[in-house]
Design a protein around this ligand. Structure first.
Ligand code: SF4
Length: 79
């Protein structure tokens, strides 16, 4: 059963681009962790989260992309 009450966001981390600052995990510890020195999403899909948007915006390498699953729209980082 798929709930339509709340949007689903996809979290993608480009581990090639990530330089392991940990800024993202500090901002969004419920969605992102540092694993083997680089950021990794705890789950590929999550509910809406301002903390996650902040993490994607703060990444100096723009290595985190947050996308709305239903629309495919990139929510962060903003271009
Ligand atoms: S903020 Fe960006 S560069 Fe730093 S650990 Fe997270 S994904 Fe990697």
């Amino acid at each position: 059963m798929v709930s339509t009450a709340e949007a689903t966001w996809r979290v993608a981390v480009d581990r090639q681009a990530c330089i392991g600052t940990g800024v993202c995990a500090g901002s969004a510890p419920e969605q992102i962790e540092i694993r083997d020195g680089k950021a990794a999403a705890l789950r590929p899909e999550v509910g809406p989260s301002d903390a996650l948007l902040d993490a994607a915006e703060m990444c100096p390498m723009a290595a985190i992309t947050v996308t709305d699953v239903a629309t495919g729209r990139v929510l962060a980082p903003e271009e």
